[in-house]
Design a binder for this molecule. Structure first.
Ligand code: AMP
Ligand code: MG
Length: 498
């Protein structure tokens, strides 16, 4: 298999990373290879041989042209600043420029210790590998910017977590792994030259239009703000809870990164939290937009000297930079709101925007919480309903513990639909293309992990992964994947498991 590497991060100064190879593992076995993704990345002579693929995607055989390195970054974790984190169990193998002209990072996760591992073993348990593979690929098919999964292998070694569990390595692909925390790292070192180099690199790579602006670094901040506002609105539209929105897990290019204890919600609640370590609910579903802004303020702070535009900005220059950054950050809320409205209007089949739509959307969400309705199925069944009241309404109302509220809401929704121009069929088809039937439900993901970790059985993973490839299409014989968990299957907590 040929990978035409074209590495750019490795040309940045030494302080940006440490070069090192992945630690070989004992006896890697291939779990999954995402061949369509490999093709899209421009790999040639694609191999089908599981052993060759396992050697490659375990890091046991370094492909020609790779320049493995671990990136350094810092980050605010649950609000507190850690001045040095970095790729503690990840290694950037290198970059490719794909046939679509976009540059992609190829990164191993679970590939051994690095100088940034702190106390950790640099490894990943198999569970989180399975989890990230399923969730990130589902996210992609759901149309949300995300890192992708290129391959997963077992390592043939055990890692010590609560107990000994099988190890795994995930190969993931991103438009870029630079995070808000990467900027914070150099800012906290007060290394303005490095800050500038990093910002210029990110501008060149992702936001080249910013270069032409009067203040390129302010324009850059503004583009990152816009990308995050859009991304988080998309998460909200799918009932997705990232779980660890630390600044080191927030990507500059605006992709969903670092799938830890994340989850798609079943029964709706505004405050839903799954992560076992998020005891205060800092990263609860409805806190995500605000946390997004909090993180962007950290980015803005890190960019202040660059926005001020002088090597040693004086007080007046810094004040000016603060007011420029403030203005950009103030736009976040409005941008988020616009994105959120457009996501949810579409989910409700509203295409002629009206001011009152926000009330109608929030009203539905409140009814869902009161009625303990399933997030995904509520919108899916709503997508099948017509203008006229019909027995089919019961598919939707049946999801609610008390049907009075949702029946009242449906009457309001239908009144509102009278202002739309689309026919029932046209509206339904648009709604069905945005309201999925299949999401990676926690209990299904858990079942795939259990089978893999406990029985070395990857068929549950394979079946689930296959269904999630077409989240909007009803698939014959796959009803079980659309169903919420039975009471004894409900997953209340998700774990990093790293
Ligand atoms: P996370 O919030 O899971 O993205 O991880 C935060 C930091 O901890 C990052 O710097 C990771 O590289 C590091 N880390 C997490 N798990 C491990 C591990 N098993 N070994 C080494 N470093 C780790
Ligand atoms: Mg992380």
């Amino acid at each position: 298999m040929n990978i035409l590497f074209d590495n750019s991060y490795a040309t940045l100064p030494k302080g940006f990373y440490t070069r090192l190879n992945p630690d070989p593992v004992k006896s890697p076995e291939l779990i999954s290879f995402n061949k369509p993704l490999a093709e899209a990345l421009g790999f040639t002579d694609l191999s089908d041989d599981p052993e060759t693929l396992a050697r490659l995607f375990s890091g046991n055989k370094i492909p020609t042209g790779a320049e493995p390195l671990a990136m350094v970054y810092a980050g605010h974790q649950f609000g507190g600043f850690s001045p040095q984190l970095g790729d503690g169990r990840a290694i950037l193998l290198g970059e490719v420029v794909a046939p679509d002209g976009v540059r992609y990072d190829i990164q191993f996760k679970g590939s051994g210790r690095t100088p940034y591992s702190r106390g950790g073993d640099g490894r990943s348990a198999l569970g989180p590998v399975i989890r990230e593979y399923l969730l990130s690929e589902a996210m992609y098919k759901l149309g949300v910017p995300t890192t992708r999964a290129l391959a997963a292998v077992t390592s043939g070694e055990e890692v010590a977590r609560d107990k000994l569990v099988p190890g795994g390595i995930l190969t993931r692909v991103a438009k870029g792994f630079v995070r808000v925390g990467t900027f914070e790292y150099f800012a906290s070192q007060r290394d303005i030259e490095a800050q500038r180099q990093l910002a210029d690199y990110e501008i060149d790579r992702h936001y080249p239009d910013a270069k032409a602006a009067k203040n390129p670094y302010a324009a850059f901040l503004s583009e990152v703000v816009a990308a995050q506002a859009k991304l988080i609105a998309q998460w909200m539209g799918l009932g997705f809870i990232h779980g660890v929105m630390n600044t080191d897990n927030m990507s500059i290019v605006g992709e969903t990164i670092d799938y830890g204890p994340c989850a798609f919600m079943d029964e709706f609640s505004h405050n839903r939290v799954y992560s076992s370590i998020d005891t205060q609910g800092r990263y609860a579903y409805n806190n995500q937009p605000e946390i997004g802004q909090w993180n962007l303020v950290r980015l803005a702070e890190s960019l202040l000297p660059l926005i001020a535009g002088s090597v040693e900005p004086d007080e007046t220059e810094i004040k000016q930079a603060v007011s420029i950054a403030q203005e950009i950050l103030n736009r976040y809320q409005e941008q988020y709101k616009e994105n959120w409205l457009s996501v949810f209007r579409r989910k409700l089949g509203l295409f002629q925007a009206q001011v009152e739509d926000e009330i109608l959307i929030n009203d539905l969400l409140d009814k869902m919480e009161q009625g303990k309705a399933d997030f995904t199925l509520t919108f899916y069944y709503l997508s099948q309903l017509s203008m006229e009241v019909s027995p089919q309404d019961q598919t939707l109302t049946g999801l609610f513990e008390n049907t009075d509220g949702i029946n009242l809401w449906l009457a309001k929704w239908r009144k509102r639909l009278a202002h739309e121009t689309l026919s029932d069929v046209e509206r339904q088809s648009k709604m069905q293309s945005t309201n999925p039937l299949y999401i990676p439900r926690n209990h299904q993901v858990e079942a795939a992990i259990r089978a893999a970790e406990d029985h070395h059985d990857f068929s549950v993973f394979d079946d689930l992964h296959k269904v999630l490839q077409q989240p909007f299409e009803k698939q014959q014989g796959k009803e079980q994947y659309s169903l919420p968990p039975m009471p004894d299957e409900v997953v209340h907590k998700t774990f990093c498991g790293t």
